[in-house]
Ligand binder design. Structure first.
Ligand code: HEC
Length: 165
């Protein structure tokens, strides 16, 4: 189906829009996110953050601040709701497909909606005894030491506006 559609970009756009609309209606109609009326950090939000954000948002990693406990997440709650809704975070540049990538880094509509609702409802902490264990993160090379590391011979200045070539 994907190959057929690729030859007709205009049809693809129409179908994508319909897809987005149907998806929205679908999750509202099924009431999936409504099942949890008052999400708390400990029980509902921490599992999403620890599993999808903390691998980068921790000490000595690429992200500019840490997201590893209630205080840190609460402090940026509104921004977190925005960037997850925009799908700016977690970073994942592959477009939606009808097949999944291994290790795909994408939140579900339900997870995004849950975060939004948690923020709207004042970001309650809940009972810390519900907190999930922090996943075991790998430090340094994520896929093991590479066979070869190539260094650039000169420095390169990347301007704040990009482009990242
Ligand atoms: C693969 C690594 C990675 C993952 C996973 C990740 N982030 Fe980030 N995040 C970054 C980096 C790097 C930046 C800085 C990006 C920049 O400044 O352009 C960032 C920036 C942010 C910002 C600031 C955005 C801004 O406009 O300044 C927020 C908020 C954020 N991340 C939230 C999250 C949340 C919530 C998750 C999980 C749902 C998440 N991130 C997952 C790497 C990651």
């Amino acid at each position: 189906m994907a190959m057929k559609l690729n030859r007709h970009p205009s049809i693809l756009i129409v179908i994508s829009v319909v897809g987005i609309l149907t998806n929205r209606t679908f999750s509202e109609e099924t009431g999936q996110p409504d099942k949890i009326k008052s999400p708390t950090f400990s029980e509902h939000i921490a599992p999403i953050i620890f599993n999808h954000c903390t691998s980068c948002h921790r000490e000595n990693e690429a992200a500019p601040f840490t997201l590893s406990n209630y205080k840190e997440v609460r402090k940026r709650g509104r921004m977190i709701a925005d960037v997850t809704q925009d799908r700016f975070m977690p970073p994942w540049h592959a477009r939606s497909q009808d097949y999944a990538f291994q290790g795909e880094r994408r939140l579900s509509e339900e997870q995004i909606e849950l975060i939004r609702r948690w923020v709207t409802k004042g970001m309650p902490e809940g009972d810390p005894s519900f907190l999930p264990a922090m996943p075991k993160f790998v430090n340094g090379w994520q896929l093991g030491k590479p066979d070869s590391v190539v260094k650039m011979t000169e420095g390169y200045t990347l301007s704040a506006e990009g482009p990242v070539i």
